[in-house]
Design a binder for this molecule. Structure first.
Ligand code: FAD
Length: 617
């Protein structure tokens, strides 16, 4: 009887609702970030009435910006097959794949039958595997040096991570001489010693010297290829104010579109959507590369020289665990990346494994939003980016918070605490952030930037703007919902959130308050200007921040001519590696020289192109 009644009620409800009930279908596919992209479609009477795309670990500026555009396009087209958004090819491919599955599950389309394409073969003097930042420059320079070049790129566009990079390191460049005249304030020797020193002399000295000494030529090469580049008005981050400005910026949406056109005009054969999977030495000493094409057919490329420009291994879980350790890998916020197959191909052909490390860069909450639309607007810009009290999971300080003047430095310090740390401010500090004028917030924020911080007069500033208390409080509601923050009424509550002993946290806070009052940090020597606020009266705002890992670095050792080395330090004839695949420029963690990642990629790509073309001849 009860069953019958509830069935009747259901039927009544359906009748009242005109039978137009909505159903949702959700599917997830790999995107750019480690969490993938999730597409949810709402279907009513066979029509898609809503499309929602989520990708918590897509980069905000590229993939994050592309997601609403793709959602709107899918809704309008009533089809998953929409055009990729420029600069966000991996996110776009993931959204299309997830949407396709959701459309199939909803019965709106049938999954296209997979037809295996033709198996093909091709020959070249130089094959470049991976056309990201370094591979694109390698292909251009090998072609300019007379080689017949084939480029193999698994996505549908050029640039890889280079599409997100804003600037490169260089010393002695034409742009610096335009700004400074003859005296740059530092020179090749200074930067060679500085970078080598930062590796504790475990780095590859000859390669570092090459990188430093060739960097100016790379800037010239960029300019000669009609890509706009300019010297930053200031160093990118506060830690480097006062140094010679070495950060050379470009508009990162342009260079690779431009280079794609250039390569096409110069008849360089680029195979997009093609994943290189196996490398074998032929009997005549040349190399065969076996690839899977987008249509599932194979492409076998025979080449005299191979440049492995596959951007390291951030998307390879086993290698990331090896580089970071299991616990830290699981805790940290890892932006995904390439699958490490490129490196494996080199290992399979006798290359020695170089040091595997990560590009630690900043600290932040893991989720920027909640499923019901709560989004963090402002709070973590202050709680995660300014020199307030930071503690580890034991409730103890662990660094001079002035390290926040460089995103790489404090990120590594947090990594060493297990991949995450906490900040604590009290209500008085939040009120001050809300009420004070620009300079009086006192909160310099580490990331000074051309596109970044302007004061009320439109001038660049290192200070964060005063914030709205309302936004701050609402952000903490979001942080509480995601588990990345709490508003605690007592220190005991804060300690429970952190999972540490309350007495230890109280002692840390009491000591910290005494340093602030004395203007002297006896523990870690933080500068008096940054010792600004005590932590006294609740409520206390606690934020949990995770180490952000921009990518992976390292894999193989090379000579200064980018030849891949065996464990006996013998070059393997015809095999070259570039960019993030290289060990020996940073050691243990990404170096703190502004723009060293892109600089390494562009310079080693340019040089590998020259050397591989010479070898092939
Ligand atoms: C968000 C972000 C911002 C950054 N900002 C800066 C910055 O401002 N300055 C700086 O110096 N550095 C920056 N970096 C780092 C910089 O982008 C990298 O160091 C650089 O792009 C590395 O170049 P690469 O050629 O080694 O790898 P990538 O540029 O990642 O290119 C690798 C390419 O190989 C392809 N590929 C991989 N495996 C295969 C395969 N098996 N078959 C076919 N193709 C394959 C990939 O699709 C990709 O196109 C940033 C990185 C990120 C993620």
């Amino acid at each position: 009887m009860k069953k019958y009644l509830s069935l009747c009620l259901c039927l009544c409800f359906l009748l009242i609702a005109g039978c137009a009930f909505a159903e949702t279908y959700t599917s997830t596919a790999a995107g750019f970030g480690s969490d993938g992209v999730t597409v949810t479609i709402t279907v009513e009477n066979g029509t898609v009435t809503d499309v929602a795309v989520e990708g918590p670990s897509e980069t905000a500026e590229l993939g994050g910006a592309a997601m609403p555009v793709l959602a709107a396009a899918i809704l309008e087209a009533q089809s998953p097959y929409v055009d990729a958004v420029s600069g966000a090819s991996l996110t776009s491919a993931g959204v299309v794949a997830a949407a396709e599955d959701a459309f199939v599950a909803a019965g709106l389309i049938e999954k296209a039958e997979e037809v295996k394409g033709e198996d093909e073969s091709a020959t070249a003097d130089v094959a470049v595997i991976g056309l990201g930042a370094s591979g694109t420059f390698a292909a251009v320079s090998a072609a300019e040096n007379g080689a017949k070049v084939i480029g193999i790129e698994m996505t549908n566009g050029l640039g890889g991570m280079g599409n997100a990079a804003q600037g490169m390191f260089a010393i002695d460049s034409v742009l610096q001489h335009e700004r400074y005249g003859d005296d740059l304030g530092s020179d090749e020797q200074y930067w060679f010693e500085h970078i080598f020193d930062r590796t504790q002399f475990l780095g590859n000295g000859k390669l570092i010297r090459t990188l430093v000494s060739e960097s100016a030529e790379t800037v010239q090469y960029v300019l000669d290829h009609d890509i706009a580049m300019y010297l930053s008005a200031q160093p990118q981050q506060i830690a480097h104010f006062g140094e010679t400005i070495v950060y050379h910026r470009w508009n990162n949406t342009q260079p690779f579109v431009h280079m794609a056109e250039y390569l096409e005009k110069n008849n360089v054969d680029i195979r997009y959507g093609t994943h290189a999977e196996k490398l074998e030495k032929a009997e005549d000493g040349t190399w065969n590369i076996i690839c899977t094409k987008a249509d599932n057919g194979t492409l076998t490329v025979n080449a005299k020289a191979v440049i492995m420009a596959t951007g390291s291994f951030a998307g390879n879980e086993a290698m990331m665990r090896e580089a970071m350790g299991d616990d830290v890998y699981e805790a940290a916020f890892v932006i995904g990346g390439c699958d490490g197959v490129g490196l494996q191909m080199l290992y399979d052909n006798g290359a020695a494994k170089g040091e595997l490390l990560t590009m630690n860069h900043g600290v932040g909450p893991k989720a920027a939003s909640t499923p019901d639309g709560g989004a963090i607007k402002v709070a973590t810009q202050l709680t995660m980016n300014t020199p307030i009290l930071w503690v580890n999971r034991q409730g103890k300080r662990f660094m001079n918070e002035d390290l926040l003047k460089d995103t790489v430095e404090f990120s590594s310090a947090v990594l060493a605490q297990g991949g995450f740390a906490y900040t604590i401010v009290d209500e008085a500090t939040v009120n001050r952030w809300a009420d004070a004028s620009y300079e009086n917030t006192g909160s310099w924020i580490h990331y000074w930037d051309q596109n970044g911080m302007f004061d009320e007069n439109g001038e660049h500033t290192i200070y964060h703007a005063p914030i709205s208390k309302e936004d701050f409080v609402s952000d903490f509601e979001t942080l509480s919902a995601t588990g990345d923050g709490i508003v605690a009424n007592t220190i005991e509550e804060a300690a429970a959130f952190i999972g540490c002993d309350a007495e230890t946290l109280k002692e840390t806070i009491a000591n910290y308050n005494s340093y602030v009052k004395a203007g002297k940090d006896d523990e870690f020597f933080k500068s008096p200007e940054s010792l600004l606020w005590t932590v006294e009266e609740g409520p206390f705002y606690v934020t949990k921040g995770y180490n952000a890992v921009l990518g992976a670095l390292g894999g193989v050792n090379v000579t200064e001519k980018l030849e891949v080395l065996t464990s006996q330090d013998q070059p393997i004839p015809g095999l070259y590696a570039t960019g993030n695949n290289l060990s020996g420029i940073s050691v243990a963690a990404y170096g703190n020289v502004e723009g060293v990642g892109l600089s390494t990629a562009l310079t080693t790509g340019r040089l590998a192109g020259i050397y591989a073309a010479e070898f092939a001849k």
